[in-house]
Design a protein around this ligand. Structure first.
Ligand code: SAH
Ligand code: SF4
Ligand code: F3S
Length: 473
């Protein structure tokens, strides 16, 4: 048993991450034959991609994916710690599984991901959920086959969570959710330590993958017919800084662009590390999509400072306008937190001012959620729950107004859309524009193609369109 330790998780040394290679031991193969697994994933794209790794590992053991909880022999909850809400959902799920176990006691339950890295969560499971079979964290995802083997053969609770700076494990297989677009990790962890954020504690030190491994992954995807890659990291603009003296995100973007994969995206960009050179490269290569997610968090300099964001609203606006004027047709989205400890109406109005100036294409908005172990969770908070909710409501209304306004500009334009599949109702297709707008498409064409679509209507969250490129039908 190894439990997490948040104090330990804060430590940064000059440790050089080891690069390990995943290998599946012979004795683990077939342990899942004729058995099913069920997985729920919460959180960011990195967690989505971790779940793609988990699925591939499970299937290499013989397990088959099911979407019906009651059918599962193994239930995996890949969790997120960024805000309180997932915590409640995960423990709600554990309640359902406990109930299910009353009639079916051979279910193996695994909790993994960022919540497992939280001391309070791991301890609660250890003390009050003794029937949960496996808890592992973000640093030892590759050990899943070993943990399952242990759970099947030893039948004792296995909690293995390490609060370390972390290494890099290459060659974990992935069962990708899409045949056309793929996530690629370019770096793990984060060293920014924004005062509200748990990620540096749950994911460890910033560590970039070697450029050769990333480019090989892009080329493999390309030869398997993939059209789009999204380069993933908490802070992709800082790529390479921990690994190379003379190779950074600009070089990587350029090298990925030169593979000629049709679409390249990257998330998330911290405004702090966004260089002019990067803007130049995004503008230069047509296969780097004109879409940037640029988290603001707050429009108040006082709050930005308390958040430890390392930029002022003036810095942010300068960068924002540079992006808008240098990258034709760029769409920019953001993240905003309201109700940070002691945020005043004036601070909040500063945020609204920035939204009015930037007129974002879309924004993810959140009420501040104190995360145990972070400096902001220890700040005294005198903002009432009502004030926070009211601010979120006002902010969302404004954000939605601009989202609709921006979407309306697309009506009657012809835009390239990567068609990803049939809509849920089955009566249309859906896909995304280069600028990351969701489009519901009427007409018939091959899924997986990038097709010219004439936009016929605009809504707040999506566009409607019809196919104009007859050749692709
Ligand atoms: N690395 C990215 C953000 C990753 S987390 C960046 O630095 O921009 C995604 C978003 O969750 C953040 O941008 C922030 O808006 C929000 N978030 C993070 N911690 C939060 C907290 N404690 N309470 C509320 N929202 C939070
Ligand atoms: Fe969290 Fe800040 Fe790192 Fe983003 S940059 S993951 S908000 S600590
Ligand atoms: Fe959540 Fe962990 Fe991602 S906390 S947002 S799953 S890095």
């Amino acid at each position: 048993m190894h439990l997490p330790d948040l104090k330990q998780a804060r430590i940064r040394t000059n440790y050089k991450p080891l690069i390990k290679e995943y290998r599946l031991e012979e004795k683990y193969k077939n342990i899942g034959n004729n058995k099913k697994y069920f997985i729920r994933t919460y959180g960011c794209q990195m967690n989505e991609h971790d779940s793609e790794n988990i699925k591939a590992m499970m299937e290499s053991l013989g397990y088959i994916l099911t979407d019906i909880l009651e059918e599962a022999n193994v239930v995996i909850l890949n969790t997120c710690a960024i805000r309180e809400n997932v915590h409640n959902k995960v423990f709600g799920y554990l309640g359902r599984i406990k109930h299910l176990r009353e009639t079916k006691d051979d279910i193996i339950t695994c909790v993994c991901g960022c919540m497992a890295q939280e001391e309070n969560v791991a301890n609660e499971i250890k003390n009050k959920y003794k029937w949960v079979d496996i808890v592992f964290g973000t640093h030892n995802l590759d050990k899943l086959p070993e943990f399952l083997y242990g759970a099947i053969n030893e039948k004792i609770q296995q909690i293995e969570v390490y609060s370390i700076e972390g290494d890099i494990v290459e060659c974990i297989p992935a069962k990708r959710d899409s045949k056309y677009k793929a996530w690629i990790n370019i770096m793990y962890g984060c060293d920014k330590f924004c005062t509200y954020c748990i990620v540096p504690y749950t994911r460890g030190k910033q560590r970039s993958r070697e450029k050769e491994s990333i480019l090989k992954e892009v080329n493999d995807l390309l030869s398997n017919g993939y059209k789009e890659v999204t380069l993933l990291g908490q802070n992709v603009n800082a790529y390479g800084k921990d690994l190379y003296d003379d190779y950074d995100m600009c070089n990587l973007l350029e090298d990925v662009a030169k593979t000629n994969i049709e679409r390249i995206r990257f998330v998330t960009s911290h405004p702090w590390d966004f260089t002019d050179k990067m803007i130049e490269i995004i503008a230069k290569y047509p296969n780097i999509m004109p879409y940037i997610h640029l988290p603001l968090q707050s429009g108040s300099n006082r709050i930005l400072k308390l958040m430890g964001r390392r930029y002022t609203k003036e810095d942010y606006l300068t960068l924002f306008h540079k992006l808008k004027s240098n990258i034709p047709n760029v769409s920019i989205t953001t993240d905003i937190i309201v109700g940070f400890p002691n945020e005043t109406d004036e601070d909040f109005n500063d945020t609204l001012d920035i939204v009015n100036e930037c007129k974002y294409d879309s924004a993810f908005t959140f009420i501040f959620s104190p995360r145990v172990g972070t400096p902001a969770s220890r700040m005294e908070d005198n903002v009432s729950k009502e004030a926070k909710e009211k601010r979120l409501y006002l902010l969302n209304n404004l954000v939605n107004e601009y989202a609709l306004m921006n979407n309306k500009k697309y009506v009657n334009r012809v835009v390239p859309v990567l068609i990803e599949g049939n809509s849920e109702k089955g009566d249309s297709l859906f896909g995304y524009t280069d600028t990351m707008k969701l489009v519901n498409v009427t007409g018939d064409c091959k899924i997986g193609n990038i097709v010219d679509i004439k936009i016929t209507d605009a809504k707040t969250w999506s566009l409607d369109g019809t196919i104009v490129d007859k050749n692709s039908i």
